[in-house]
Every structure is written in C-alpha cells, then in structure tokens.
Design a protein around this ligand. Structure first.
Ligand code: ADP
Ligand code: ZN
Length: 721
C-alpha cells in the first residue's frame, strides 16, 4: 500500500491523500490525475512532510487515475513554489498554477488543427468577410484566436471555412525549434563590456548561485554583455530565462537576439497563441527550449535544465504583480536562481534602492558600466521652471521647449515628448453645472480619449461614448477637458508645427507586435519627427537621430502617497532622458516642473545619481521603509461598503501588539471603490527582525469573514492605492 500526498488544483482544497495503485509508479513533483467526488482533479505529488494534510485512514483512500506523461517538477521548482507561497502568504496551489501551461500541454504530443486563408478570393464578399480577410493575412491559429484577431464572430469564420476561403492546416504540436548558435554573430566588445562579460561568462561556466547587479548607464550596452552570458549557457546546453517588464519591449529584443544568435528566442506571455504556448511549455520542460523570453509569468516555468536567469530593466514596477499571487518577479527570480544554483543578472541603469543596498552589503556582485558604448555622451539636462516660463493659455509646452523643438525640426533631428498619461484629458467637466464624469465602478475620473471619441476608466475599463450634452443639466456644447494627456500634447504639437510628422505612442496606439514593429521602423528610417509617448517609450528603444527629450510634467509622479514616488520619478525621467543622444549627435533633455528645488529634480539636473540615492536612502531609513524596514498591506474589499468596513474594523481590532510591528489603519483605500468593490487598507510597518509573515498569518487566521469579503495580503507592496 503506498499513500501519496497531492497538492491539488482546486479553489477550495489544497491537499488530498490518495493511494497509488500497484503497477503505477510515480515520483515527487509528478503531475497526476485523481478522482475528486464525481470529477477529476489535477495534482502534483508532494513530499508529505512538507504539506500539512488530512488524516484520512488508508482504507478510505481512492486510487490515483493516471500519471501524466511529462517530466516531474524538479526539487528546485517545488522549493520555489513553497518559498513563494510562504513568503507572500499565498495559497500554494495558486503559485504552482503559474508553472502550468494548458491542460492540453500535459497530454502532449500529437497534432492540432489551425486555420489560415486558402488564397481563394471570391468576387463578392460580405463586408464582414472582407474585413476578416484583410485582418487575417499571414495569420494561422485556432478559429477562436482568428475571430479575436479579426474582431468577427467565430460563426463568420466557420462560414468562410465552409466556402473554402479558410483552410485547415494540421500542425505538429511538438515540432522542434531552430537552434540558437552561440557564435552566430559575436560583436566586438569595448574593454569595459569585455570585462563585464568575462565575469558573467565565467559564472555561467562554473554554475552555482551568483547574483549580479549589472548597473550601466543608458546606452552602455548592457544587453551585449549579458548576451555573452547567454551564449555561454547555450554552449553548455543549459536553458536561459530572460524576463522583460513589458510585452512591448519584446519586439525590439527579438530582433537583437536574432541578429546575435541567428534565430529568435521562445516567447512566453499572455498574447502568445494557444498552440505555441503548448509547444513552448513542452520544450521548456523537456529542456529543449534554449532561451525563453517573457513577462513575469514566465518566471515559474518548469525548466528542465536552467542555467541562467536575466532580469532586464530590473527596477521596473511591472515586475510586481498586484492581483492573485502578489509577488515581485525580480525578487523571486533571485530566489529561483538560488534554488536552481545558477547565476542571475539584474540589469538596469536605475536600480531599485533595494537592489543597490544588497549590492552594497555584498550579497550581489555589482558590475558597473559607467559610460555609453561608442563614446556617446549622456545628454545635458536643463530644468524649466513652469512658474517662470509659463506656457501660453491652454497650452502645456513652455516657450524654451517650443524653441528647442523648432530647432530640432529645422535640423531634421527627432524629438520625444514624454507624459505618462494616456488619452486626451484626465478629467472632463461641465462648464455650466460643474458636473464631473466619474467611473460608476471606481473612485476615479473618466479619461477622455478623443481619437476613439470615448470616456474611459483606466482602472476597470468602463467606457462610454463622449456625450454631446451634459448628462446632469442637459446643456449642449459645455464639456471642458481639464489637464493634458498625450493626445492633447500631440494636438498642441500639430498646431505649433503643422508639417511635423508625429507619432503618438501609448498602449492604446501600439497594441500589437506589428504596430510596434511599424513604429520602430518608421522612427529608425526618420519618418517621424516628434514622438509623443507614455512610459512605453522610456526604455529599450535606440533611435540614433533622437536628440531632444522633453518631460512635460515631472511632478506628475510625485503626487499621491506612494512610498517610492521619488525613486520612480527619478527612474522614469533618467530612463526617458536616456533615449536622447545615443548616436553621434549630442542629446539634450528639458524637464518641465513646478518644483525645481525637489531633491529628485535637482539630482536629475546635476546628473548626480549618487546624491539622489543617498538622500532617498536617508529618507527611507528615517521612515523605517524598505530596504531598512519592512512594509506589508492588508486590503479588505466587498461589494457591500458596510461589510468591507466591518471586516476591516474586525481585523484592526485584532492587530498584534508587538514591539517591532506598527499597524496603521484601517482606512479607506485611496481608490476606495475599484471595479465595484469597496476597499479598506491596513498598512504594517515592521522592523527587519520581525517575522512579518508569521505575524500576519496568525493574526488573520483567528478571524472569520462574511462570504462577500475578500482579504488580500500584499508583502513588500508597491502600489498604495
Ligand atoms: P543599454 O541596454 O545599456 O541601454 P544597449 O545594450 O541598448 O544599451 O546598447 C546601446 C546601443 O549600442 C545599441 O544600439 C547596441 O546595439 C549598441 N552596442 C552596444 N554594444 C555594442 C558592441 N559591442 N558592438 C556594437 N554595437 C554595440
Ligand atoms: Zn472604473
């Protein structure tokens, strides 16, 4: 009789014991199917002593049904899952789920059917079919995915299949990938780069856990350095995981990777189509996948032979996940490297204070690239005091910025205007009665999007057409836009420079790999004079003709109660500044602000990074904030405001009374209503010595909540809304 304990994928249950029928063999980490009531459940065989279970007598155990034909999750991955669940106070099966592909990937092998245009071009087409044909050029995917791509119903596509416009294609699910070649196109490295690369390469060759902080100014050629480490892993036949903060950056990365290694890497993120995800997942487990590039969700992939992890733009906030399992992929990447006993490289021009501190403490090996590759200079920075250089009425560009733009246009050089706000205006109100357009589901204003003629909530996605008359007083022609978004800045540029070729770059306009590629090509071929963009254009791009960066509102990020607001402002402006003057012509940055005296602005103007970090560290030390102390948040929400308030109060009433833990709140969250749920927050500030997670587990463990109440724990929170 052999008893096995499973971590099961079920929203309510986590752990169940089963019997292994004779003749069936299994191992820890193996994925299996087991009966649960009248249904079946997927589970992972776990070490019983590491998973508190139930005491069902042996005689009552039901048998496991099937051991799935995929390699078992390694000890390192299981340890990572345990660590993540423990550290972030999250259910273990929710963490383990992030290591799974689709159910279909677990069955493996075989073929699937995809569809593509057959080449048949009927003379008469319904408008829907004609539109679908346009959208589906060069595409091949399942009917559902094609329907999404073409924005038509699946029915329309089935009809097209019936009339032979679409044809089925049989796809081998496990067809192999082209092999990347370590020495396909090795660049000539500068001495500085070579020294950095040597250090990384030797760590990969030796194996073992070595965390690096690759700290190089924008344009220093960090990518080329860590490419050498990747090349070494490829030579050693070990796998590499590269994490990027945003899907939008992968396009650029793919091209550089292919130029260096001859073939593109494997992609793993939410918009990769089903059959490719299945293929990728299987190649990852088997060890065949050489280099996998993805957003944070790739972090938990079950690599069969991992040899190196790279986190590029490691300071980026988007590595922090703020729903489901609230983890920070940058931090967990380092933990994974430790369990896997492999090197990990955190690359950034503006590292998080937490990372710098770990480097200073000797935990991370710091590698510096203090100069730009090829002798390009870092741009000169000039601060524009908006209180003195006042933009014209109803305008947002101050005269000195307009003058510089004029000069760049005359010389045929490119400019970039940065404002981290999508849409036309963040607030719309009625001039007649004062009515303000607010989201019905969130405590937030609706943002006007003039291009799509809609008002939209950036938190929940609620949208409405921009009305002609005020819904409150029914006056016509009385709505006023307050404040600027990128669309409004673009309008201003158009009015000032009617002949300038303009690109607006936001997640609204660059929402597919094709559009990103088109934009990059246009910018590189100098078909764009002025780029107006959000944080999407602050990093990764290399446009040699770009010589002017204008920061429209440097104070924007300093508003709001975010603990890291100053650091984030510094990072964002330093990154966007880093887009200027990367080629032969020198760059210049103009920062518009109402607070030129603020430490962060002064440091940017002086180009004194160390001064900024020193001041920031001092402030955090005083506040007991990370990395000198610890923060956690408890977020209580319900669709019923009273229920949320009561639950938050109950939690507050049971707050632990400990010398090294301070509990603040409960208080309504800054976003008191989000997606229809009322929210309260408690903030916990603890000394580094405190066993924070244990304290929170014990505290919440004694409480029972009403059905509709959700209680989320956020360890090392980033968002304070
Ligand atoms: P970073 O990521 O540090 O900002 P990049 O890696 O993007 O810098 O490099 C900046 C630019 O310099 C890129 O266009 C890159 O292709 C180029 N570059 C860097 N190192 C080399 C090299 N050794 N040989 C040729 N080009 C290089
Ligand atoms: Zn909303």
């Amino acid at each position: 009789m052999s008893r096995v304990r499973l971590l099961v994928f079920n929203p309510v249950l986590q752990v169940l014991d089963y019997r292994l029928p004779s003749g069936m063999a299994t191992d820890f980490g193996q994925l299996v199917i087991a009966p649960l009531g009248p249904r079946q459940v997927l589970g992972i065989v776990w070490e019983p002593e590491r998973l508190a279970g139930t005491e069902v007598p042996d005689s009552k155990l039901r048998p496991i049904l099937e051991v799935l034909p995929v390699p078992a999750f390694s000890k390192a991955l299981r340890s990572l899952i345990e660590w993540t669940a423990d550290y972030y106070v999250a259910p273990m099966n929710a963490v383990a789920r992030m290591a799974l592909g689709s159910m279909a990937a677990l069955r493996g092998g075989g073929t699937t059917t995809e569809y593509r245009l057959s080449g048949l071009e009927p003379k008469r087409l319904t408008p829907q079919r004609a539109a679908a044909m346009d959208a589906l050029h060069g595409e091949q995917a399942s009917i559902r995915e094609l329907a999404e791509l073409a924005s038509v119903s699946e029915g329309v596509l089935r009809g097209m299949l019936g009339s032979g416009i679409l044809e089925p294609v049989t796809v081998d699910l496990d067809r192999p990938y082209l092999r990347a070649r370590a020495d396909y196109a090795q660049p000539e490295l500068s001495d500085l780069q070579q020294a950095a690369a040597d250090q990384l390469v030797s760590a990969v060759r030796q194996g073992g856990f070595t965390p690096f902080l690759l700290d190089g100014v924008t344009g220093s050629g960090k990518t080329e350095c860590y490419f050498e480490a990747i090349a070494e892993a490829i030579r050693q036949q070990r796998q590499v995981l590269v994490l990027l903060p945003e899907i939008a950056l992968t396009e650029n990365f793919l091209r550089r990777f292919e130029a260096r290694f001859g073939v593109p890497p494997l992609l793993w993120h939410s918009s990769v189509k089903q059959s490719e995800r299945r293929r990728a997942w299987r190649a990852i487990v088997s060890g065949e996948a050489q280099v996998v590039v993805g957003a944070r969700s790739a972090l938990f992939m079950p690599f069969g032979a991992l040899g190196l992890i790279v986190v590029d733009e490691a300071h980026e906030v988007s590595f922090k996940q703020d729903d489901g399992v609230r983890y920070n992929a940058r931090d967990v990447a380092v933990i994974r490297a430790r369990f896997e006993a492999v090197p990990v490289i955190l690359a950034s021009a503006t590292p998080a204070l937490e990372s710098l501190q770990l480097a200073e403490a000797g935990v991370y090996t710091k590698i510096d690239l203090p100069a730009r590759y090829g002798g390009a200079e870092l741009p000169a920075v000039r601060v524009i005091d908006l209180r003195k250089d006042v933009p014209e009425r109803g305008r947002w560009l101050a005269p000195p910025l307009v003058a510089e733009l004029t000069g760049r246009l005359a010389k045929g050089e490119q400019s970039l205007l940065f404002l981290n706000r999508r849409g036309y205006a963040p607030l719309t109100l009625c001039r007649h009665c004062g009515y303000r357009f607010q989201c019905p589901n969130c405590s937030a204003w609706l943002v006007e999007h003039r291009l799509s003629k809609r008002l939209a909530c950036h938190h929940c996605g609620h949208e409405m057409p921009t009305p002609e008359v005020c819904p409150e007083c029914h006056e016509g022609d009385c709505l006023v836009a307050c404040g600027p978004g990128v669309e409004r800045i673009a309008d201003e540029v158009r009015e000032l420079f009617p002949n300038a070729r303009l690109a607006v770059v936001t997640s609204d306009t660059l929402n597919s790999p094709e559009k990103i590629a088109q934009f990059v090509a246009a910018a590189e071929q100098r078909e764009i004079d002025v780029i107006v963009g959000t944080q999407l254009v602050t990093k990764g791009y290399h446009f040699p003709e770009l010589t002017l960066v204008g920061v429209i509102d440097a104070d924007l990020g300093l508003e709001g109660g975010d603990l890291r607001a100053a650091e984030r402002t510094y990072q964002q402006i330093a990154q966007v500044s880093g887009r200027a003057g990367r080629g032969e012509k020198p760059g210049e940055v103009l920062i518009q602000t109402r607070h030129p005296e603020a430490a962060v602005i002064a440091a940017l103007a002086a180009g004194d990074r160390d001064a900024f970090y020193a001041a920031e560290a001092e402030g955090r030390k005083d506040a007991g904030a990370p990395p000198f102390g610890r923060w956690a948040a408890i977020i209580v929400s319900s669709e019923d405001e009273a229920e949320a308030r009561e639950a938050a109060k109950a939690i507050g009433a049971m707050a632990p009374n400990l010398p090294d833990v301070v509990v603040l709140g409960p208080a309504p969250a800054p976003l008191a209503l989000l997606r229809g749920r009322y929210r309260y927050r408690l903030l916990i500030n603890a000394r580094r010595s405190a066993q924070l997670q244990d304290v929170i587990r014990a505290w919440l463990g004694q409480l029972q909540f009403a059905q509709g109440v959700r209680v989320a724990v956020d360890i090392d929170p980033y968002s304070f809304v």
